[in-house]
Design a protein around this ligand. Structure first.
Ligand SMILES: Nc1ncnc2c1ncn2[C@@H]1O[C@H](COP(=O)(O)OP(=O)(O)OP(=O)(O)O)[C@@H](O)[C@H]1O
Ligand SMILES: [Mg+2]
Length: 241
């Protein structure tokens, strides 16, 4: 800014030396083995890698669902590793949208209630919760499925409800772990398209996927993990080019 120098990129999340080791029956599994990752606001990052390479372990740490063995996770809300359980719960509720391979919907509640519940912890009033939830579900083509329960929806529709639940709070960071793993080609494309559109409006997405074609098509940056390490990064972590 001053003297023409470019402003510091604002990282939504920045890890340094991130490690997560598991100990099982006397052996050590280095699920994450020193990951330095910077994700800038507005990026769409895809992560690929063999089964067991540490992708879910990384996403769980970024979501504040797990604690690293060592290393740091800096977010715009502060250092995750030093947050109290209450602060972490708040971070997850307000800042993180999570989408998994298994849709994780509440079976006995309607699509609408499943989405509304994401706003419950945020202190949004009932009418506003309902209005925002209907708006997002309708945008995802589920306007005529609001009162269906998950069992009465197709797999693709269930995943769209899960995406709506993550989008409705407009999180700072969307973490999607194999969100298309249980879907056919058309439904997979539709889900990634929704994430891509949200990203085009400024949202930040980290997507774990085995679908290299979809990743290449929609994300600006492709990361590859192997044995707990980041072995390639097509992007620059927010540097302007
Ligand atoms: N709770 C745990 N206890 C012990 N080992 C674990 C635990 N969670 C993960 N691991 C191990 O850590 C490694 C990384 O697992 P992770 O789930 O992150 O892989 P992944 O890249 O997501 O694989 P996939 O593509 O199959 O989902 C694996 O070897 C796994 O067995
Ligand atoms: Mg996984």
């Amino acid at each position: 800014m001053i003297n023409g120098s470019s402003p510091e990129p604002e990282y939504i999340v920045e890890t340094a030396g991130l490690k997560r080791y598991f100990h099982l029956g006397g052996s050590e599994v280095r699920a994450l083995d020193g990951v330095d990752l910077r994700v800038a606001r507005g990026e769409f990052v895809s992560i690929v890698g063999a089964s067991g390479s540490g992708k879910s372990t990384l996403l769980n740490l970024l979501a504040g669902l797990d604690h690293p063995t060592s290393g740091s996770i800096q977010t715009t809300d502060g250092q995750l590793t030093t947050m109290s359980p209450g602060q972490l719960a708040r971070y997850r509720a307000f800042e993180i949208g999570l989408i998994f391979q298994s849709f994780n919907l509440i079976a006995h509640q309607t699509a609408l209630i499943n989405v509304e519940m994401a706003l419950l912890f945020l202190g949004v009033a009932k009418k506003e919760r309902q209005r925002r939830s209907i708006e997002v579900l309708t945008r995802l083509g589920l306007g005529d499925r609001l009162h269906h329960r998950p069992d009465d929806l197709s797999g693709g529709e269930q995943q769209r409800v899960a995406v709506a639940r993550a989008l409705v709070k407009n999180p700072k960071l969307m973490l999607a772990d194999e969100p298309t793993g249980n879907l056919d080609k058309d439904n997979s494309r539709a889900i990634i398209q929704v994430l891509a559109e949200w990203n085009q409006q400024g949202g930040t997405v980290i997507l774990v996927t085995h679908n290299l074609d979809l990743a290449r098509q929609h994300s600006q940056r492709l990361l590859q993990m192997d044995f707990g390490k980041m072995v390639s990064d097509s992007g620059t972590g927010g540097q302007q080019t």
